[in-house]
Design a binder for this molecule. Structure first.
Ligand code: NAI
Length: 339
């Protein structure tokens, strides 16, 4: 286990889902954290942590907060698709403030990017090569666009000012996988914490980009720069056995949240988990395909645009991707999940 960093670490987005996990777990490892968020910190303040309520729009405030810090874990901002005007301030200007603070302090930036920066790539099928991290940006909305911009901002600050940065293209970071796509994209909390440890404590990082997902056999992401920081995921979201029931595998450390365990044999309807790619299975099975887009009141709906008739009001109109239909309430969560 790497030693705790010598200098304090600034964590933005501390009151968010991932910020709260990091605040708890990193202070437990002996880190000194400066937490900040627009929203109040909802948990008891951990030892060795201070909290400052602040908008990312406050550039001077961020400069002050970052004073003496060796790294900035930037997890704050808009975390779901929103209109351009909503994304612009926190995710573009706020990010600039973070980079300016890092430049002044000589601190490393760890940026919570997203798979949505490349969301319009086709999923590699069969033996097709997996997506490497240097594939072209293909953002699937304003949110994804802001993440692509964030990664490019990192590139510029490294090339021009020598500000090191590690960009996590996070798949789906939740206590447990909650839908079929996460068989490929899931990142366990424990792997996220280890990733942050590696990114902050690595002797050198330069500018690097990492597919932030656990060791999932179904992953469609390939090469990245993880060797530079010495990170290897240990959690795993397993494939589906023949009997058709899901099987999630984890390390002891991946039973991440108190009172919650990586579950087995739960959550996914059998039909959605026959193995292989959901989209190709849907196109092979017309009756299931028709069902895949039907509304189940209070239940999950999934659209396969271009292959199945979309649900009424479904916003996922793009021809080449499939995604959860956000137009109906889902069983798993009340609001759209960050991704
Ligand atoms: P979250 O939405 O729970 O947390 C974001 C935090 O940023 C919130 O606490 C919010 O109050 C704060 N924030 C928003 N605007 C702000 C502003 N103007 N000034 C200061 N603080 C502001 O999101 P979550 O799940 O914790 O994700 C953290 C980061 O990771 C986000 O940047 C998200 O885009 C990224 N990410 C997360 C994924 C996931 O699966 N949870 C997947 C891909 C990326």
């Amino acid at each position: 286990m790497p030693a705790a960093p010598d200098k304090p670490v600034l964590l933005t987005g501390a009151s968010g889902n991932l910020g709260r996990v990091l605040a708890r777990e990193l202070t437990a490892l002996g880190w000194t954290l400066r937490l900040t968020d627009l929203a109040p910190f909802p948990d008891p303040l951990p030892e060795r942590a201070s909290f400052t309520r602040m908008d990312l729009a406050d550039g001077v405030g961020l400069l002050r907060l970052a004073e003496g810090c060796g790294a900035i874990l930037h997890f704050g901002g808009i975390s779901v698709e929103q209109p351009f005007g909503t994304v612009l301030g926190p995710n573009i200007q706020g990010l600039y403030h973070v980079y300016e603070a890092a430049r002044r302090e000589g601190a490393r930036v760890i940026f919570a990017s997203s798979n949505h920066s490349i969301g319009f790539h086709e999923r590699p099928q069969g033996n097709a090569a997996k997506l490497d991290v240097d594939c072209a940006f293909r953002p699937d909305g304003f949110y994804g666009l802001s993440k692509a911009y964030g990664e490019l901002m990192g590139r510029t600050y490294w090339d021009k000012h020598g500000v090191e940065n590690v960009n996590f293209r996070i798949g789906s970071c939740f206590p447990e996988p909650t839908e079929a796509r996460m068989l490929a994209t899931w990142l366990s909390f424990a792997d996220l914490v280890r990733l942050c440890e590696a990114a902050v404590t690595a002797p050198r990082s330069g500018h690097c980009v990492i597919w932030a997902c656990s060791n999932n056999p179904a992953s469609f992401w390939g090469r990245d720069h993880r060797d530079r920081i010495g990170w290897q995921p240990r959690g795993q979201c397993g494939s589906v056995p023949r009997q058709g029931r899901p099987h999630h595998l984890g390390q002891p450390g991946d039973r991440a949240l108190p009172g919650r365990r990586l579950h087995r044999d739960r959550l996914f309807p059998r039909q959605a988990l026959g193995g292989g790619c959901l989209r190709s299975r849907l196109s092979r099975a017309p009756r299931q395909r028709a069902r895949s887009c039907s509304a189940r009141p209070g239940g999950k709906r999934r659209c396969c645009p271009g292959r199945a008739p979309p649900s009424p009001g479904c916003p996922a109109a793009a021809p080449r991707c499939w995604r959860p239909c956000r137009s109906a309430p889902t069983r798993m969560r009340a609001s759209p999940a960050p991704s």
